[in-house]
Design a protein around this ligand. Structure first.
Ligand code: BG6
Length: 488
């Protein structure tokens, strides 16, 4: 389905996200015919720039990163416009009025406008108020939607305050809180895997599942984002949003129907069932780490404390591992081990469902466990591991696997990247894959005691860049006789 005619206003148009993700995503949607000719993009930022200079910059980005060329590139760029605005000064927004009128007229967009807040979070509350001061939030002529990037708040208090601020000027149906993990094809595939296969559905509960591992590993460090990252850490940067959303997809009940409300009701419910962790629980179930300098792939790699923008005495965690549980009928007693970190040996996001063993080991004491691995990235796919007889004498079992790779049923043209998918959905008014306010609050409610614990007494262990995190994380899972999977 194509997007409706609309004007996309990107606040923070001179920033990194606009260059790296948003404009490339819009370009690719245009290239594959998912964007009508009747769209326009109005870049907004403080820097003075003409339409032509903005077009030139975006063109260079697209040529470098998307191998864009020819008529498609020229046509796409002709839809780009730019307006300099002091985004924290309400009176300056008056400059947007004639620009928007002109674009709505030229592209017959009926007033439909999608605002994308790709700015520092300090402006997330300010921009809606400034837009409203000029009537740019009302839906009298066309729809008005606002996409808010993460982080949605810094803790539970600021997340709630931000919600109140935005809700003063935009209604919930107009607010799209983006979590790009929900736009990943394999995350969505989880729903199809779970809810359309009679094979898995009956097994997906505490009777048959022993434990679940969720890993979000990154090989890179903090790169040029030390300043931002140091105020965030792994908990706010990856766990509070991306990994908890993935956990919710693994654990949610089937929605009655596939629509935004039904889906989001179920994810919010499961997030509210996360067992609240006390300081005593956290002492045993949380491990935080920070990478130190090392040699990776024969190259020296800086430690976190030597990264640009990071104070030399920082205690920000670049790794975390947590054992948590869900208090409901489906999951009572099943541990979920979740870990994420930077400068780990490889980049991989995966979910491992470990099934219980047979009640009595008839053939071999060391029969392999049954597990289902859902690989979110890279090499998206699903592998089922089970035991079969080793050829030859005796009945020794050997682990074998059945593998499905996503690339076998798709061409790259069918696969939309997360930003392409989510931008398209927002333009169609489909909020299914955007976080609703109750789910965001549920995540913060669960995470807040962990943040407080870290602040007051959490120890941050060192781990060498290029390793799988502090040994304490191995001990955490070993306590129950388990080991983390080490994906390659
Ligand atoms: C972002 C985080 O939200 O997600 C980054 O701010 C992280 O620190 C990134 O690197 C990971 O996303 P992906 O899609 O590369 O797994």
């Amino acid at each position: 389905m194509k997007a409706e005619n609309n004007c996309i206003v990107i606040f923070g148009a001179s920033g990194d996200l606009t260059h790296r993700k948003l404009i490339p995503a819009l370009y690719n949607l245009y290239k594959i015919g998912r964007l009508e000719e009747n769209f326009s993009v109005l870049g907004v930022a403080r820097t003075d720039m003409t339409d032509d200079i903005f077009r030139q910059k975006m063109r260079e980005t697209l040529i470098t990163h998307e191998n864009a060329e020819g008529e498609t590139l020229d046509n796409f760029c002709s839809h780009l416009y730019y307006q300099a605005v002091n985004t924290s000064d309400s009176s300056d927004y008056v400059k947007l009025l004639p620009r928007l009128d002109e674009l709505h007229d030229k592209y017959q967009t009926c007033g439909n406008t999608l605002y994308y807040l790709s700015t520092p979070p300090s402006l997330y509350g300010v921009i809606p108020e400034c837009l409203a001061a000029h009537g740019l939030n009302t839906e009298e002529f066309g729809w008005k939607r606002i996409i808010v990037e993460k982080p949605f708040g810094y803790d539970i208090k600021t997340a709630k305050a931000l919600d109140v601020q935005i809700h003063r000027f935009f209604e919930e149906h107009q607010i799209y809180r983006i979590d790009h993990y929900l736009g990943k094809e394999t995350v969505q595939n989880l729903l199809v895997l779970r809810f359309s296969n009679g094979l898995f559905e009956p097994l997906w509960n505490r009777n048959f599942i022993d434990y679940v591992e969720i890993t979000g590993a990154e090989k890179i460090g903090v790169e040029q984002r030390g300043g931002y990252y140091d105020g965030s850490g792994a908990m706010r940067d990856m766990f509070q949003n991306h990994l908890l959303q993935v956990l919710a997809m693994v654990a949610m009940e089937p929605p009655a129907i596939i629509n935004a409300d039904s889906m989001r009701d179920e994810t919010a419910k499961v997030l509210y069932c996360l067992h609240p962790l006390t300081d005593e629980d956290l002492k045993h179930n949380l491990v935080l780490g920070q990478y130190t300098a090392s040699t990776v792939d024969d190259k020296p790699v800086k430690g976190y404390l030597e990264e640009a923008g990071v104070p030399s005495d920082s205690t920000t965690e670049t790794y975390m591992a947590l054992r948590c549980q869900i208090d409901n009928w489906r999951w009572a007693g099943v541990p979920f081990y979740v870990r994420t970190g930077k400068r780990l040996p490889t980049r991989v996001t995966e979910i491992v469902i470990h099934f219980k063993t047979t009640p009595h080991p008839v053939f071999s004491q060391n029969a392999p466990d049954n597990k289902l691995i859902i690989r979110i990235q890279p090499d998206e796919g699903i592998s089922m591991f089970f035991g079969l007889k080793k050829p030859g004498a005796g009945f020794d079992a050997k682990e074998v696997s059945m593998d499905f790779r996503y690339s076998d049923i798709s061409s790259s043209a069918d696969l939309l990247t997360a930003y392409e998918r989510l931008l398209l959905d927002a333009m169609k008014g489909d909020a299914t894959l955007f976080a609703r306010t109750d789910a965001v609050h549920a995540c913060w409610k669960f995470v807040q005691p962990i943040l407080d614990y870290k602040e007051n007494q959490g120890r941050v262990y060192e781990y060498e860049a290029g390793t799988w995190g502090p040994v304490e994380a191995d001990k955490l899972i070993a306590r129950e006789g388990r080991v983390w999977r080490k994906p390659s």
